[in-house]
Write a protein that binds this ligand. Sequence first.
Ligand code: TXA
Ligand code: MG
Length: 327
Amino acid sequence: MAEILPADKAMDRALALLGAGEVVAIPTETVYGLAGDAMNGEAVARIFEAKGRPRFNPLIAHVCDMAMAERIGVFDPLSRRLAEKFWPGPLTLVLPLREGAGIHPLTTAGLATIALRMPRGFGGELIARLGRPLAAPSANASGRISPTSAAAVAASLGGRIKLVVDGGAAPVGVESTIVKAEEGGLRLLRPGGIAAEEIEAAAGVKLLRGAAGVQAAVQAPGMLASHYAPQAAMRLHVGEVRPGEALLAFGPNRVPGWQQAVMMRNLSQSGDLREAAANLFAFLHELDSSGAATIAAEPVPMEGLGEAINDRLSRAAAPRDNGGGDA
Ligand code: TXA
Ligand code: MG
């Protein structure tokens, strides 16, 4: 089983493992990541292997400062402005990959673009000490709920990795927002920890949304429908709780039948979408362990972080027979 070390005692061990091409689960402000040297193909292959990921989706390369970011990606003015505003933080920018950057093609899945993010906290310090970017998808077995605690990582991957760094509960709770500057604007590839409205305000442009032709599927191959899947089936935007269901509630008012839920978790009693995002994956996990055949979810409004929450809920509810693509 993986060793679990608190963040303030884990730095040397994490550096030794990463330097040897091993993988380490690390806390970030969004979710826990399974990190490996983005320039070392064997390390990146170990990430896919440990996750049991069915295919090689491109990964996010995590950096510690703008100098490292500029060595890897080619920034346009809009992307630079967003980096200045939101980094370190839950924003991922997809940029043209700089020639000779040394990023292993397994990290990018051979694409000519690279997804870059500067995380807050332990990860940033680790990358600075290592002096190399870290590729890191969420630290869960493929197709399962993203982990927001060291215990959740250990439950999912503990038998397959050597070290989990414990940084406490991930404060944001959903993955980073992914955007890509392209001709004619800025495209939202994945809603996430920074609300689309905030990005629009900083960029001064509306985000383009939805499929950009057939390219879309290739652009974010991790964005397959069946994702973040609990064992239980999911029913969304419910108007009532049916017998035997577990309830994922939101806000101060309950749907009829809530008293008969086999278990209930409220994402945010006060209706705060940030609090709800931070609780989402942990509560799905808890409701799933109740053994209920179905998790009923009350409606969550589509504004602010509600977009990312609804995105993850609809993926959790999607049919599971599509090959289990995961990000
Ligand atoms: O918050 C996060 O972003 C977390 C933490 C650990 O940093 N990471 C994360 O990574 O969610 P992952 O691998 O689960 O999701 C990365 C997403 C996938 O949907 C992938 O397809 C997309 O980023 N992606 C990576 N490179 C891309 C590229 N060059 N173009 C378009 N999408 C890309
Ligand atoms: Mg993931």
